[in-house]
Write a protein that binds this ligand. Structure first.
Ligand SMILES: Cc1cc2nc3c(=O)[nH]c(=O)nc-3n(C[C@H](O)[C@H](O)[C@H](O)COP(=O)(O)O)c2cc1C
Length: 409
């Protein structure tokens, strides 16, 4: 899929720049041509010689270089690429891109390009959480720039949290996804264009105290894949996700939450939508009175936790009156009597369809890449064969497209 594709890789000044040789190797292995622009900051973390040796091409850094401008100016650099990838993307380069600043070769090329740009942000957790960075990123995404990551985890600065660059293989996945979409002729038919979709994904975390929480084994893979598929078919898609290890899907607006109550609030804020797909594994219960300080092991009897029921997001969206999505799809994770339980759940929740999946430990559904689902609707049950979660997502998105089109007629 990548053979013969030309990737312009812009490496800016974050510690994660040291991972770019790995990305270049993986791209080259797959037959892609890689040309690098290295900022002054980037050159503090990876040498031009390393990038040059692995990309087997000259590395560009200077905006005002007579030789380069005559041989390969910034306009040509941007035009002679099929895709522009900024990795790592510093807070600084995101800010300059958002503001339209063109004060070095990297930003001038980014302003001049007519190609899709993918950014892989990488920075300290506070820099990523800063209102300026959030606003810059949101603006860039609203202009069509795609984002991969960042992930949560240990950061090079010693802190822990969101800001860690997506791994080279994840960035490669985003690059492959872009070229797959471009090659997919069915991509030109975007049956969900003009429609709005809301998807929930992942587990919720319910605090016991500031350091402990109750959670579940949901990986978010199915929900994230559904959001990506709906966006790919043209829907303006909001993904409300609990904590996962997954990169944000391309072209999707992501709202990250922790608790069930936060998830409900984020869903309500996203209304009105045409379709809501509730794939998150929302905790049924939370701790009634989460402690404000860490509960100490005082010896003797362990503390007992009193639970309170969480709001039912699927039932709430299904009964949202005028704001009810035209199609509400719930998920049922069952370990026995999968279909019978789902039929009953559909009626109880008031939703239109239930996607029932068997999450017994031997199925590997939780955290795995495959899923066997049954679509339970008012007029019957469809049993789908075992499929990858991506294929389940695309098939479901197409089914949603057909259903909404029929409702419009
Ligand atoms: C040791 C060190 C590590 C840094 N790591 C990052 C980083 O991971 N992400 C980031 O946004 N900025 C980081 N910075 C700050 C950027 O290098 C700085 O904002 C620089 O101006 C970025 O230039 P550029 O965006 O043109 O490459 C780091 C700075 C230093 C000194």
């Amino acid at each position: 899929m990548l053979a013969g594709k030309r990737v312009l890789l812009i490496v800016t000044g974050g510690i994660a720049a040291f991972k770019m040789p790995e990305l270049i190797r993986r791209l080259r292995e797959r037959g892609a041509a890689v040309r690098c622009i290295l900022t002054k900051g980037g050159a503090q973390f990876v040498t031009p010689l390393t990038l040059q040796a692995l990309s087997e091409d000259k590395v560009y850094s200077e905006l005002f270089s007579l030789t380069d401008e005559s041989e390969m100016g910034h306009i040509r650099l941007s035009r002679e690429a099929d895709l522009v990838v900024v990795a790592p993307a510093t807070a600084d380069v995101l800010a300059r891109m958002a503001a339209g600043i063109a004060d070095d070769l990297a930003t001038t090329t980014l302003l001049a390009t007519d190609k899709q740009v993918v950014v892989a942000p990488a920075m300290n957790v506070q820099m990523w959480a800063h209102a300026a960075t959030r606003a810059n990123m949101a603006l860039l995404e609203s202009r069509g720039i795609r984002r991969v990551g960042p992930n949560a985890g240990d950061l090079a600065c010693g802190e822990v949290g969101a800001g860690r660059m997506a791994e080279p293989m994840e960035i490669l996945g985003a690059i492959e996804a872009f070229f797959a979409e471009a090659a997919d002729s069915s991509f030109s038919d975007r049956p969900l264009a003009g429609l709005k979709a809301l998807v929930t994904s992942g587990p919720t975390y319910e605090a016991i105290d500031p350091v402990r929480y109750i959670a579940n084994r949901s990986s978010g893979k199915q929900g994230h894949a559904i959001a990506a598929a709906l966006a790919r078919l043209g829907a303006a898609t909001t993904l409300v996700s609990g904590p996962t290890r997954l990169a944000d899907p391309a072209g999707v607006s992501v709202v990250s939450i922790e608790s069930a109550r936060d998830m409900l609030a984020a869903c309500q804020a996203a209304l009105p939508v045409d379709v809501a797909v509730c794939a998150a594994a929302v905790a049924d219960w939370r701790v009634k009175a989460a402690a404000g300080a860490k509960i100490k092991k005082a010896g003797g009897k362990p503390p007992s936790l009193e639970l309170a029921e969480n709001p039912d997001i699927l039932a709430t969206l299904s009964a949202a009156g005028n704001a009810r999505p035209r199609l509400v799809v719930g998920f049922a994770a069952e370990t026995d009597d999968v279909v019978a339980n789902a039929v009953e759940k559909r009626k109880r929740k008031g939703c239109d369809w239930i996607v029932a999946n068997d999450v017994s430990p031997n199925t590997g559904t939780f955290g795995g890449d495959r899923n066997t689902v049954h679509i339970v609707a008012a007029d019957g049950v469809e049993n789908w064969p075992p499929l990858s979660k991506d294929d389940v997502a695309m098939r479901l998105a197409r089914r949603i497209g057909k259903h909404l089109a029929a409702l419009r007629q």
